[in-house]
Structure formats: structure tokens, C-alpha cells
Design a protein around this ligand. Structure first.
Ligand code: FE2
Ligand code: FE2
Length: 353
């Protein structure tokens, strides 16, 4: 129930609902919500925990220097294959962050009835906007033709179909009158959350690994640093949505039946295959030790992590072929359920923990 449904419509009548009753009625979706964001006391403390961690991750694109990247690019210190991989990774990542800025704020957040969860998503939306801005700063600093990056999907069939798949998955709850509260719509909402998890927790990973592989070879170091900032934000976004899905499961267990579990496992399997297909089109036969074989293993490893986080069985049992990834992500990438991990301290403006 939203503020417009129930508050300030009629003349004053004292409402003696206690804080305890309000908190007891709080749910991630379909809970009591007067719209006034009474975030304390908390029903979903994990959401504030994530919000506080997000606040520690402040950064802006201007902190990153692209000078070396620019010189390397114009002096042809990258091979044609490496340049293609870089441009394609950037094209899809920038498209996807743009889409997320919109879907999170317009499709997901309006149905959240827990103030603390809503606050965390608000911060997440800001971070997606920051990512969109940082890609544009990167494109400008490198002197790229923006049309070639943002508009790649208009000339590249593979990217067109990848974007199309992303958009059609997001569109399921995009109808103007969509409202949670029935078994069908709640199921669709849960599906939208899983879809979001796939976007943020699988579809960025070919791009991330391309920037990291280049960075490991001292190529495009500013871009690598910026992706580290973005990746760190995305890790918390994945944690947020893992917790959202797992809490909805607890609050409405009827939504999580065997049929649904099978469907979501299949969605994650299809997403990993699609991401591999896309990543393969970026790297061709391979760049700097990143090959179609280890890319596939890596994406399967990521897919298994997402399944496990949702309490679903692993599909592939693949190992991480890039143990050095911890140097890039400070070990955070594999920390899916970070509440069990140790708290890391972060100083604003650096990548120190
Ligand atoms: Fe993002
Ligand atoms: Fe995100």
C-alpha cells in the first residue's frame, strides 16, 4: 500500500499503529508502507549494511587518469584484436549501465515497500548514473567516436540481439498498470529481480575480464582502474539483489516452488551461454591469454556462484581459471554473501581497502 493509497486522503483520524506493528508488517514487497521512509527500527538490517558499504565507495571518474591509455591507443600499442575487444566490451557495458539506471528506478524500486531496501536501491541508481557518466568521460578522454561505441548495436547483429534480449526481459513488468500483490504479479516481480541479478552479476563479466586482462599487461591502465571502481560497486549491487530475492523467498515461500527453481536455473544457464557467445565475439581467438576456453570456464564459475547464492544447485562445477582476479577485485568478487565475510575498510578516492 502506498502513501497515496492510504494517507492524507481523508480527514484526520488518529492511527494508533505502533512501531512494532509497522515493523512486523514490513516486507520487501507487499508490506505496510506509508511512503514516509521510516527506516528505523529496521526490519531488513542487511539493506542498511549494504547502503553503508556503498557510502564508503565514493568515487568519481575524474579521479582516474586516462593519459597513458590515450597515448597507448593512438600509438598503436594495442593489437587490432585487443582494440576490438576493448571497444566491444565498452559498447555493451555502457549500454547495460544506461539500461540499469532506468529499470531500477522505474520498474523495480516503485514496488519496494521496505524503506531500508528502497534507500539502498536509491544509492544503487545513483551509482548506475555514475557508471554511465564514467563511460562517457572515458570515451571523451580517449578521443573515441561516441557513435561507434554507443551505436555499435545498430550495426552489429550480435550486440543488437544481446540488447534486445536484455530489454525484453526487463519489459515483462513494464506495463503501466503493473502492481504486485497477486501470485502472478509477485512471480513476475521476482523474475524481474532474478533478471536484474543476471544483468549485474553475469552480463558484465566478459567486459570486466577483458579490461583486467589488458590491465594486467599494463595496457589501458586508467580504464582498468575505472572498471575496478565499477566492479566494486556492482559487487554490492549483486549482494543487494541476492538478499532481496532471498528475503522475498522467506516472506512469500509460495513463490519459490520446484517449477520456479528450475526456471531460474535455466535462465542463469541461458545467460551464461549468451554471455559466452558475446564475450567470444569480443575476443575472437583470444587476447593476452584470455581464450574462448578459459572465458567459458570463468563465466560458468560466475554462473555457479550466482546459483549458489540463491540456494540453487551448481550446474558446471567449473574452477576460476583466473586466480589473479583477486588482485583486481581485492577478493570482493567471490564474496557473494559478504555478510559472512570480514568488513573491509575503504578510504575515499583510492582503491585501498
Ligand atoms: Fe553499473
Ligand atoms: Fe549495478
Amino acid at each position: 500500500m502506498t502513501v497515496s493509497d492510504m494517507l492524507f486522503q481523508d480527514d484526520f483520524q488518529a492511527n494508533h499503529m505502533s512501531n512494532a506493528e509497522i515493523i512486523n508488517n514490513r516486507r520487501v514487497i507487499n508490506g505496510y508502507d506509508d511512503g514516509l521512509m521510516q527506516a528505523s527500527p529496521l526490519k531488513h538490517p542487511w539493506a542498511r549494511d549494504i547502503f553503508k558499504k556503498m557510502q564508503k565507495n565514493n568515487w568519481v571518474a575524474e579521479e582516474v587518469s586516462f593519459q597513458r591509455d590515450y597515448e597507448q591507443w593512438i600509438n598503436n600499442e594495442l593489437t587490432e584484436n585487443e582494440k576490438t575487444a576493448f571497444e566491444r566490451a565498452l559498447a555493451f557495458a555502457s549500454n547495460l549501465d544506461g539500461l540499469l539506471t532506468k529499470t531500477l528506478s522505474e520498474l523495480i524500486k516503485p514496488h519496494i515497500t521496505s524503506p531500508e531496501v528502497s534507500l539502498a536501491i536509491s544509492r544503487q541508481v545513483y551509482e548506475e548514473a555514475l557508471h554511465v557518466d564514467s563511460y562517457s568521460c572515458m570515451i571523451e578522454a580517449l578521443g573515441f567516436n561516441a557513435e561507434k561505441i554507443y551505436g555499435l548495436y545498430r550495426t552489429d547483429k550480435k550486440l543488437y540481439y544481446k540488447n534486445k534480449q536484455v530489454l525484453s526481459a526487463a519489459a515483462k513488468i513494464a506495463t503501466p498498470n503493473f502492481k504486485t500483490g497477486t501470485p502472478e504479479t509477485d512471480q513476475l516481480f521476482l523474475e524481474a529481480c532474478i533478471t536484474n541479478l543476471i544483468f549485474e552479476g553475469i552480463f558484465f563479466y566478459s567486459a570486466f575480464i577483458i579490461f583486467y586482462v589488458l590491465g594486467r599487461h599494463n595496457k589501458m591502465p586508467g580504464s582498468r582502474e575505472m572498471i575496478q571502481f565499477i566492479n566494486r560497486d556492482e559487487d554490492l549491487h549483486v549482494s543487494l539483489f541476492v538478499n532481496i530475492v532471498n528475503t522475498i523467498k522467506e516472506e512469500q515461500p509460495e513463490l519459490w516452488n520446484d517449477q520456479v527453481k528450475r526456471t531460474y536455473s535455466e535462465s542463469i544457464k541461458a545467460a551464461v551461454e549468451m554471455e559466452y557467445d558475446w564475450g567470444r565475439s569480443c575476443i575472437n581467438d583470444g587476447i593476452l591469454g584470455l581464450t574462448p576456453i578459459n572465458l567459458k570456464e570463468y563465466l560458468e564459475f560466475i554462473g555457479d556462484m550466482r546459483l549458489t547464492a540463491l540456494g540453487l544447485p551448481k550446474i558446471w562445477n567449473s574452477q576460476n581459471p583466473f586466480p589473479w582476479i583477486d588482485e583486481m577485485t581485492q577478493g570482493n568478487m567471490i564474496e557473494v554473501n559478504f555478510f559472512e565475510g570480514k568488513v573491509k575498510e575503504y578510504q575515499t578516492g583510492t582503491l585501498q581497502w
